[in-house]
Design a protein around this ligand. Structure first.
Ligand SMILES: *[C@@H]1O[C@H](CO)[C@@H](O)[C@H](O)[C@H]1NC(C)=O
Ligand SMILES: *[C@@H]1O[C@H](CO)[C@@H](O)[C@H](O)[C@H]1NC(C)=O
Length: 189
């Protein structure tokens, strides 16, 4: 004869296993990116360091990476959602390269479908971690839902130092310099 306490243990076990199955279905998903934000990022590409001043502006179809390489040049990477990107400097060298991509800037929901990998402690933050297959691992603070870092398959690491939701860079700063539009510019593609 199975005693009542053992029966209730079995019932508890069944309830618990059902609960575990539910929690798989209820896996956390990454917060979509705010439609406009400003972030200061520390990038590490196998030991080459950069500070990136990132202005994400989905509302106005544009994304700006202002890149300071360690003891190197300040470089501007201005991306439009129509696929055109301008890479330029504003120093005396007046270089500009125009690149056309098939796709525009990242959509706010670009992390949809990422595979949940669980939780990790990273630089003092408890993070949910997802893998965007063929691309990167994404770490988001469990409490604030802000991104903490993402690591590309290439090994390039992006560490988020500030994250200001709703901050927008003034329109005049989004104007690529005139030498980006010279047809005879040797650096244009
Ligand atoms: C950058 O990454 C390299 C490994 O690729 C590591 O050895 C180095 O400590 C990192 N530097 C910083 C400042 O995180
Ligand atoms: C995309 O938009 C930018 C900014 O308005 C413009 O300079 C560029 O010429 C456009 N590119 C194409 C392919 O229309």
């Amino acid at each position: 004869m199975v005693s009542i306490p053992i029966l209730s243990l079995i019932v508890l076990f069944l309830v618990f296993s059902a609960g575990v199955q539910f929690s798989v279905a209820d896996e956390p998903v990454p917060a979509p990116w705010p439609e406009q934000f400003h972030a200061l990022m520390l990038m590490n590409k196998s030991g080459s360091l950069e500070i990136v001043d990132l202005w994400y502006d989905w509302v106005n179809d544009r994304n700006f990476n202002i890149i300071q390489k360690q003891l190197g040049k300040l470089t501007y990477d201005l991306e439009w959602n129509n696929g055109t990107s301008f890479y330029y400097t504003l120093d005396a060298s007046r270089t500009c390269r125009t690149v056309h991509f098939e796709v525009g800037i990242l959509r706010p929901n670009w992390l949809d479908g990422a595979k949940y990998l669980g939780q990790r402690h990273v630089n003092g933050f408890l993070c949910n971690v997802w893998e965007k297959v063929d691309f990167l691992w994404y770490y988001e603070d469990v409490v604030s839902k802000r991104p903490v870092q993402w690591i590309f398959y290439t090994g390039r690491e992006a560490h988020v130092m500030t994250f200001e939701v709703g901050a927008v860079l003034e329109d005049e700063k989004w104007q690529a310099p005139v030498y980006c539009f010279h047809n005879d510019n040797k650096n244009s593609e």
